[in-house]
Design a protein around this ligand. Sequence first.
Ligand code: KG4
Ligand code: ZN
Length: 347
Amino acid sequence: MYILGIETSCDDTSISIVQDGKKIISLFSVSQYKAHESFQGVVPEIASREHLKVIYKTTEETLIKSNLTFEQIDAIAVTTQPGLIGSLIIGLNFAKGLAYNFNKPLIPVNHLIAHVYSNFFNNNIEFPFISLLISGGHTALFVFYSFDQYKIIGKTIDDSCGEAFDKISKYFNLGYPGGPIIDNLSKNGNYLAYRFPLALADIKKYGLNFSFSGLKTSVIHFRDKYKVEPSESQKEKIEDILASFQYSVAKTLLLKTKNAISKTGIKRIVVAGGSAANSEIRRTFEELKNNGIEVFFPPLNLCSDNGAMVAGLAYNYYLQNKNINYNYLSLDAKSRMVEMKRNNLIT
Ligand code: KG4
Ligand code: ZN
């Protein structure tokens, strides 16, 4: 069975055809980073327009590359929430048009669960598992009992993990998106050079919740206090600061994940989202494996937003006869998930 997946929730237009939820037949993504680079962050209105420019062509190329015809595609899957509302609407309406024209069912997919699914291409992971989602828009700990039954056991109360990378990169004038840039520069730095705080480390008080804005502020104050400017002479110092920041993020994520394991008794961890590509986070989480815990990270090319995870997850819904929508013209996009509101702690 072939599913065409459409992902436009943020700044990547990504289309993919996946066979039986496992085999990626073709995958094309167009990144908008050039359009947003000068703003050092995603501008929602520009994002929608960029999706509109390339969505048709990207879909056409994905289909040509697959050697399939549209008639052979069994269903269309599309991200409908959460994300930038204008961007989601472009993808959803395009998907509706395709489904209507080719008379295919439409399967709406939650972006965060799709990220989690990116781990299933190369692995058959058993439920239940704990998922640590670390993306640009969200940071949370979940327990998944199935793909449509989950509980959020911790979340960020301010910035997300990816956002902290992006903002620090912006303050150091290093470019956008910050994650891969900081990851790269940190490779030359000493992660033990400086000690930045582990936010909300007191589990009794703050549970499994995260906060990244204090860490960001602490790094920025450090830069200002010691007058660290982007220059050749201070390159080493910047690399040390970035490596130390990254280490502090990884340590915090590990600490909360360990506590999630002891709280739930579940010894299976599935990491997902753009920041799951981070080399320091991957290295730090190796420690869990020594304690008999199964740890999964997505393949590097599937960490950030992609259409394959959308199509893959949709296949699982299709198998269970869930979420399949024949009355799709009334389907709506949603920018937020209420459970993810950032102002309260989960206790
Ligand atoms: O999951 P994603 O593609 O989009 C959202 O759903 O938000 O995540 C994008 C985020 C950006 O904040 C980016 O800086 C971060 O993922 N990211 C990384 C790395 N690669 C991407 N963060 C840390 N280390 C990386 N290597
Ligand atoms: Zn994402």
